[in-house]
Design a protein around this ligand. Structure first.
Ligand code: F6R
Length: 242
């Protein structure tokens, strides 16, 4: 695992956007796995600026989702499908056909999870998966105690994560209790994992993930098992590294 410490979130965004651009120049039809939440926004902004500036052509690039709320109606502005379309797909000038994600509205959620895992494989696998990290060390929505071998499945959000995400909704009551998330085993199949963490609130989770033992109690510690994992942290998020 390589750890890169950058001065701030913007620098982290630039660095990762350049890594994505380099991948796409090498492999124009790359499958790029994206995360939602606040952390990756500087990456998406920097990448969209590169596309607008003609620095990279993403016309053939495909985008896939890491996780999705269960039960939000199709088109709900906070469903991760809507968020990824708004924050990534549209700014990159791509259409919905370039995008794949799990169906959080499916009647048979388990079947939707299995179908998504299969679809990722059939698409050739994820070339670069961008990850954020929860204050409790989650990746995707694999909360502590998730199996390190887990596949895409339904998970119950912890109260902490629901509270962390309540800022995107009008009230805590509106935050769904369940999500579909790529499993840790699924995430580990991506060819390159890039985790971005910014701000002091992530410092403990980063230190445990990078310097602690590999443990299901800290899902992001599974990155230590991956042959090509890059952790990009700003100085605040790096503040508890030894
Ligand atoms: C969301 C996701 C989550 C977030 C994490 C951090 O798709 O995968 O693991 O990355 O909850 O969220 P922020 O970046 O909002 O602090």
């Amino acid at each position: 695992m390589e750890v890169v410490i950058v001065p701030d979130a913007k620098a982290g965004g630039e660095l990762i956007a350049e890594a994505i651009a380099a991948l796409v120049r090498r492999k124009p039809e790359a499958l790029l796995g994206v995360a939602t939440g606040s952390t990756p926004l500087p990456v998406y902004e920097a990448l969209a600026a590169k596309v607008r500036g003609g620095d990279v052509d993403v016309a053939r690039t495909r985008i896939c989702q890491l996780d999705e709320y269960v039960g939000l109606p199709a088109g709900h502005p906070e469903s991760y499908r809507s968020v990824v379309l708004r924050e990534v797909v549209e700014p990159l000038g791509l259409g919905e056909d370039a995008f794949m994600g799990p169906d959080g509205t499916a009647e048979d959620v388990q079947a939707a999870c299995e179908a998504y895992d299969r679809a990722l494989g059939e698409a050739g696998g994820v070339d670069l998966q961008l990850l954020g990290i929860g204050t409790d060390g989650h990746i995707g929505f694999n909360e502590p105690c998730s199996s390190l071998a887990s596949r895409t499945r339904i998970k119950t959000l912890t109260q902490q994560t629901r509270e962390d995400n309540a800022r995107f909704f009008d009230s805590l009551d509106e935050v769904p209790h369940h999500v579909i998330t790529q499993g840790i085993g699924t995430i580990l199949e991506a060819r390159h994992l890039v985790l971005l963490a910014t701000g002091e609130g992530k410092a403990d989770a980063v230190a445990q993930s990078v310097e602690g033992p590999v443990s299901a109690l800290v899902p992001a510690s599974a990155l230590q098992l991956h042959p090509h994992a890059t952790v990009v942290v700003d100085e605040a998020a790096a503040s508890k590294l030894k």
